[in-house]
Design a protein around this ligand. Sequence first.
Ligand code: ZN
Length: 108
Amino acid sequence: MANLLGNIAPLELMCEPGDLGVTAQVRSPFTGEPTIYIYEKYPGGVGYSEQLFAGHSRLIWRALSILTNCLCDLGCPSCVGPVEEVGAEGKQYATTLLKGVLEVGSQQ
Ligand SMILES: [Zn+2]
């Protein structure tokens, strides 16, 4: 899921992929929960973070759309990443997580 979001976030922002970094933590020391951070690599930032935060539901929908429309079975570089990296259930896990994020977001 982090790989996918990291790949499409620059498309949403129309910036260079190297402008952003992505990291996933099973238990973030800041949230205490599984967390994906998408951050700006420029010191102090140039506003990309605010734009992503404001449009995060569109980013999640776009990620889910890419994932569900990808013709691979288990994952590929165009979606979650190669199956050798994400495991045989990586695509399914990412799909479940994205749907869960959208469901939580719709309840708030
Ligand atoms: Zn794929």
